[in-house]
Ligand binder design. Sequence first.
Ligand code: GLU
Length: 376
Amino acid sequence: MSLFTASSCARLIVKIGSALLVSPDGEVRRAWLTSVAADIAARHAAGQQVAIVSSGAIALGARRLGLAKGGRANLEDAQAAAAVGQIALAGTWAELLGAEGLTAAQMLVTLGDLEDRRRYLNAAATLDRLLSLGVVPIINENDSVATEEIRFGDNDRLAARVAQAAGASAVVLLSDIDGLYDHNPSLPGANHIGRVDRIDATIEAMADAGSASGMGSGGMVSKIAAARIANAAGAHLAIASGRADHPLSMPSRYTLFAAERGAPARKAWLAGGLTAAGTLHVDAGAARALRSGKSLLAAGVTRVEGRFARGDLVTIDADGATIARGLSEYDAAEATRLMGRRSDDHAALLGYAPRAALVHRDHMALVSGSNQGTVR
Ligand code: GLU
């Protein structure tokens, strides 16, 4: 699938389902995975940053431990299988990407890491740094510690959340099916849907809850839920078949769930909706920097108002008017200590490794003049 190429998509998230990664006898499908690593290297060479959400830990570990039902008979089995399988999975990725001259990184996350705003900022900053260093993050749910209530359960939604955190413009869900059909595709007369501009009740009704392989946990229902999350975050999402070799470079059929045009919803969400817990007053230089798309540095802050925690929404004011809203990387007491000080001094002031910005541009929305709902 030669969709979402570097020219239109600077950052791409690719989710790979268990059935593609692991053969029915529980081994890694090495030849196929080698072709995927080559595709990723080609995309990298074209200037695209790629992060992989890789399933397969439970399926791989279950085989090694000889567990019934692919390791999914109960939560303890799944967690033990994931702990064993994840090492093998990450090792294989590191080896195959390494052969292409790429560095792999492992990130294991739980639902809370991406839904709690403070932890979300951490995960987002790490992802951003890895991607900008040219590393390929290999991401999976931290299945060994996540309990039923705090699990994503399927990597489809995890991939959509990762796209949101990484500010990616598109997600590909590589699966054993080439997209959405208007009826169950195993029945005759089902038609393939090429493009979905709005996920409504009709689209929801087309999704079939059953997973084709029985190896992963995500069926079409979780893929549609992922599309909703990705589209709301301003990212396109495609469901494509990964059955053939080189699934990221060969043209193939897919269903595209198109994000709305215009300002990403995550910026709209920052610009309105939530109540701000405090205000950072900034000088004219910082205001100019923000308007030109830069992050807010502590050096430009002149006063800190309110009681806010890390990850809370704050307004950024210049000359008594709100110019931006964003998520604060520091709490109010830390921000007060850092204001007016250059980044070089921060480590000494705080006693720990600091974030470069007080409010990162990825987590900030500019608001203009009296119309505070306008997002640039
Ligand atoms: N995290 C699971 C694994 O690595 C896969 C979840 C899914 O099936 O989407 O095995």
